[in-house]
Write a protein that binds this ligand. Structure first.
Ligand code: FE2
Ligand code: FE2
Length: 266
């Protein structure tokens, strides 16, 4: 039976599985930045809009870091097959802000903000858990672990600011709306994650030729994780980091635009 660390040792030792793992991470981070700039443009509160632009810039930075890491191994970023396309799947399960709402130029109201931040929080919670798992599993690859730790710290702040905004909205008299949407978002995320995790594991196991019993246990572990998240989606917790996306107003002549925000972190 393969331990988690020896399973990942096999993945890193095989160029095909190594490429699959790091390409998936690079594409996943690039996808998580998509539309955040458009969301920020819909938010009238200047301080909140700047936080969302900063989030956009940091996800873009994550994508760039993973792309460089992948290229350093002699590979380049490639589109993912549909069964590994997490972003399309979560949208299909109605998590986050629909594209149709972003095409509508009206500023976001409270409902729109709740939908956005619940989707964001559910996705960022998953990102934190995935980074923590990878840091543990890839302990024998210090270069990758250093990169993962940097990104993990950002993901913790992303969960924290989403939680903080949801807590603010809940305290203003919308607690039941926030909790209802948050549970729905976590359930939608769990469904998408299960589909992608199963497809991803199947591919990795095929590449490294894992025994049938290992494939079986990996599938059961994914299903158990899904069932726990789906049946017990939890409520609104507390932010792990206070004021996690502190983004002071810039002087007028340096007013941030999406492109400028990206450049700052490049
Ligand atoms: Fe990220
Ligand atoms: Fe993030």
């Amino acid at each position: 039976m393969l331990s988690r660390q020896s399973f990942f040792r096999h993945i890193l030792a095989n160029p095909e599985s190594r490429e699959l793992l790091f390409n998936s991470l690079a594409v996943g981070e690039a996808d998580s930045a998509v539309d955040l700039d458009r969301v920020a443009a819909h938010v009238e509160d200047g301080a909140l809009s700047r936080k969302i632009y900063r989030h956009f810039a940091e996800e873009t930075k994550h994508a760039r870091l993973f792309r460089k890491h992948l290229e350093g191994m002699g590979f380049s970023v490639r589109p993912l097959p549909p069964e590994l396309d997490y972003e399309t799947l979560v949208r299909g399960h109605a998590m986050g802000t629909p594209r149709s709402r972003l095409d509508d130029p009206r500023p976001f109201d409270t409902e729109d903000l709740v939908t956005f931040f619940c989707g964001s929080k559910a996705g960022e919670e998953r990102a934190c858990a995935a980074m923590a798992d990878l840091i543990d599993s890839l302990a024998e690859d210090p270069g990758t672990v250093a990169l993962l730790r940097e990104i993990y710290d950002d993901e913790i702040r992303h969960v924290s600011y989403a939680t903080e905004e949801l807590a603010r909205i809940a305290a203003a008299g919308h607690r039941s709306l926030v909790v209802r949407r948050l549970r729905a978002a976590r359930r939608a995320e769990a469904r998408a994650n299960r589909t992608v995790s199963r497809a991803f594991m199947r591919r990795l196991m095929e590449i490294i030729g894992a025994p049938r019993i290992v494939r079986l246990f990996a599938g059961v572990a994914i299903d158990v994780g899904f069932a726990l998240r789906f049946l017990f989606p939890g409520g609104l917790d507390r932010p792990l980091v206070a004021d996690a996306m502190h983004t002071p107003e810039r002087p007028k002549h340096l007013t941030a635009r999406p492109a400028a925000a990206t450049r700052e972190l490049s």
